[in-house]
Design a protein around this ligand. Sequence first.
Ligand code: CP
Ligand code: NVA
Length: 305
Amino acid sequence: MKNFLTIRDCTTQELLELLELSAGLKKLYKNDKRDLCLTGKTLALLFEKASLRTRVSFQVAMHDLGGITVYLKPDDIGIIGQREPAKDMARVFSRYVHGIVARTYAHETLNELAHWASVPVINALSDLSHPCQAMADMQTAIECFGKINGLKLAYIGDGNNVARSLAFACAKLGMKCVVASPRGYELDAETIAAANAIHPGSAEQIRDPKQAVKGADIIYTDTWVSMGQEAEKEKRIKDFQGYQVNGELLALAPKTAKVMHCLPAYRGYEITDEVCESKQSVIFDEAENRLHFQRALLKKLIGGK
Ligand code: CP
Ligand code: NVA
């Protein structure tokens, strides 16, 4: 495993190992111990888009493991490839640092960086996928239910980067993923077919959110307007009416169901404040697990665990 670009690229074994490593490191750090396996190492963070969780969790994780980070914010680099080709940036960074974390608009930019870099490249979110998020969510699911195999995740809303990574994570780890979206915002058919090829029956695209949450262990949603889609905001808000995760929808799910959101959450749109703050919400556990998972990923890819 050289890079971490999509969950689809990883084997089930690799994902399970990462989850185990993440749980182990979480325990270690909760006990105020440290693993300085990345002492003397440097990680570059190249961000075309804004970030709170991803940026900070990678910076803290690298520091916790003994290394340092260099952060290039959207203003510094603009769109990767505009000032100079991604293939040149990849080779320059490979001479300076031991790993590259990149948040890009086009997923192809990540593929280009990974092709030319001699150091690991990690996807910090692209328009296609958000694998680090989905893995922190899987860790949260294991913590909530003591298992992952056989759970049902109902994803309500936009069939976007987060939904796609969840569908592949579910397929690889034995979970069922039902996506409910309005017409025109479904998860693409190729993803559904590919997830079902990995684990038959694991992915389903439907229209009705009420049907999706029936028997669900996890109810998941994300913004209706992802970064880069701001111009479509008004249309999207209209098109997503009826897809809010609110108390009424939650009441149709089992009482034991947990609510997840990758954050940032737009309260009053895809989710209500009441649901975000409810006892069933584990959104801050997911956010915390971003840190634990990033430590595991960095240890594996840069530390050669
Ligand atoms: N969930 C997530 O990736 O958050 P940021 O955009 O703040 O990094
Ligand atoms: N789908 C959202 C996720 C943000 C973490 C976006 O791409 O903006």
